[in-house]
Design a protein around this ligand. Structure first.
Ligand SMILES: Cc1cc2nc3c(=O)[nH]c(=O)nc-3n(C[C@H](O)[C@H](O)[C@H](O)COP(=O)(O)OP(=O)(O)OC[C@H]3O[C@@H](n4cnc5c(N)ncnc54)[C@H](O)[C@@H]3O)c2cc1C
Length: 474
């Protein structure tokens, strides 16, 4: 990482128009940056490929039927309705041209571009399969609303199919759920799938006993919740095991197919676990926009595709471009919501100071992250919390988790309905969001097939055109 070397004042706009800030992404980084610019004398355009702000930490509750999509993913334009200096645009950014300071995007078949004076890139990260992208087909991850709905339908679909199959082996396969990755998301998912099977679905089937479902939490690492340390990791593990979740550590997934996974143990032996439903929560890869920026500047990216930013979260030689949140790499900061929120706000503050007070980028203070701690739920009434040296597990940790998540949910109405949904869940494990459809299970694969077909057709058409041009030229 290089030190900031900003000697130019970039925050000026030609006379007659206001400074233009383009923000890519409506997640934690993008949204909080936009809100921080509320009173600034700038025009903000927030462009994101989803029209909502997604509260990712609660996605697992959508996947397991506790919360509705609306509760954790309110439309961004409604959140920012009263902020007159912001325009929200739905668009998938496919190119950033650093030289002309232009962002290129598309919404469906409509292409458009946005010029900027300052750019905040907060496009987050995707699931990583560590080079085995074919695993995704049978072991989807959980990063988006679509992912959560697909997983919900896959989980519930397995119970439905298990009820009707006459084949014992197939029933066992359908009632085996594997969660790969024992980080916070994996732990939360394992706990919730177990509770769903043992409590919510109790007495709802006539031929199968949902409680007989096998839930396996598996990781190549030797511990559960490694970032939380041994004490909390062991507490989470003990709680999950008490709920009947099988924990398999030091187990490396070497293959995934429709009917199960292949696992390599530390002694080198390879074994197979049959399971229809596999859930991947094992790694992240930053948005490819990071590499695009690195290719045009002197910035570098790390193995996870994150941009090595300078102390002021900007790119070397480009004080007008900030990269924040899951896309940035700085001082080994974790990919968590608070890093994105504080990074987005910091970038917005620097822009405001330079536009309104004529400050230069060279005067920027370095970004300082304030660690507010981390937390994860294990089951109803049980969580782990780590704040500095303080480590708490169990019921008190769960109450803290509840309060913090309610505080950070966007919108009063959402907080109210979420409290109601949680109330129902706590008082008897009722889940009001157990709708599932076949389209949610097969939609992603169908779209991928159509896209592959379209790509092949375009390539064929381009080939035909080349042949035609050559023969005319001849
Ligand atoms: C399941 C799950 C659970 C989590 N739990 C926790 C937790 O308990 N605590 C915690 O602190 N953190 C948690 N995290 C991590 C946290 O959610 C992220 O660190 C945080 O969301 C990062 O914010 P961001 O703004 O960088 O990216 P994101 O919030 O991912 O937002 C990215 C935005 O960019 C948009 N985008 C992406 N590509 C493009 C493109 N090409 N063009 C236009 N727009 C684009 C997306 O639509 C989205 O709006 C969790 C993450 C997941 C997936």
């Amino acid at each position: 990482m290089t030190e900031p070397a900003h000697d130019q004042v970039t925050a000026t706009a030609p006379a007659g128009r206001r400074h233009r800030v383009v923000i890519i992404g409506s997640g934690f980084g993008g949204l909080f940056a936009a809100q921080q610019l509320k009173k600034a004398d700038v025009d903000v355009t927030l462009v994101a490929k989803t029209g909502h702000h997604l509260f990712q930490p609660l996605l697992y509750q959508v996947a397991t039927g506790i919360l509705s999509v609306g509760e954790i993913a309110p439309p961004t334009r409604l959140i920012l309705r009263d902020q007159k200096n912001v325009t929200c645009i739905l668009g998938d950014v496919n190119k950033i041209d650093v030289a002309s300071k232009t962002v290129f995007a598309s919404a469906g078949h409509i292409r458009f571009d946005l010029e900027y004076d300052s750019l905040i890139v907060a496009a987050g990260a995707n699931q990583s399969y560590f080079g085995n992208d074919h695993f995704e087909r049978w072991a989807p991850g959980m990063k988006t609303v679509d992912d959560a709905l697909e997983l919900r339908s896959r989980i519930l679909g397995c119970f439905e199919q298990a009820e009707v199959t006459e084949d014992d082996e197939e029933r066992r396969r359908l009632l085996t759920f594997i969660i790969v990755g024992a980080g916070p998301t994996g732990v939360e998912m394992a706990g919730q799938v177990a509770e769903l099977a043992q409590h919510t679905l109790k007495n709802t089937f006539r031929r199968i006993d949902p409680a007989s479902a096998r839930v396996i939490l598996l990781d190549a690492a030797p511990a559960v919740l490694p970032p939380f340390g041994n004490k909390l990791g062991n507490a989470a593990r003990a709680r999950l095991e008490k709920m009947g979740v099988e924990i398999q550590l030091n187990a490396m997934v070497t293959d995934v197919d429709q009917r199960g996974i292949e696992v390599k143990d530390p002694d080198g032996s390879v074994r197979r676990i049959d399971a229809t439903c596999k859930i991947w929560s094992a790694g992240v890869q930053a948005s490819t926009l990071g590499k695009m920026l690195a290719d045009q500047t002197e910035a570098e990216i790390d193995r996870a595709g994150r941009v090595l930013v300078q102390k002021d979260l900007s790119l070397p030689g480009h004080p007008e471009i900030f990269v924040v949140g899951d896309m940035m790499s700085l001082d080994k900061l974790p990919g968590v919501a608070q890093v994105a929120i504080q990074g987005g706000k910091y970038a917005a503050k620097q822009i405001t100071a330079e536009v309104e007070k004529g400050k230069s980028p060279a005067e920027r203070p370095p970004f300082k992250y304030f660690d507010k701690g981390s937390m994860a739920t294990v089951s109803r009434y049980s969580a782990v919390v780590k704040v500095g040296k303080l480590e708490i597990s169990g019921f008190i940790a769960w109450v803290m988790w509840l309060v913090v998540h309610l505080a950070y949910l966007i919108g009063f109405k959402n907080r109210l309905t979420t409290m109601f949904s949680w109330g129902m869940h706590m008082g008897g494990d009722h889940r009001s969001q157990l709708t599932s459809t076949q389209q949610w299970v097969y939609g992603r694969q169908a779209i991928e097939r159509v896209a592959a077909h379209e790509k092949a057709r375009s390539a064929e058409e381009a080939r035909d055109r080349t042949v035609e041009t050559t023969s005319i030229g001849d």
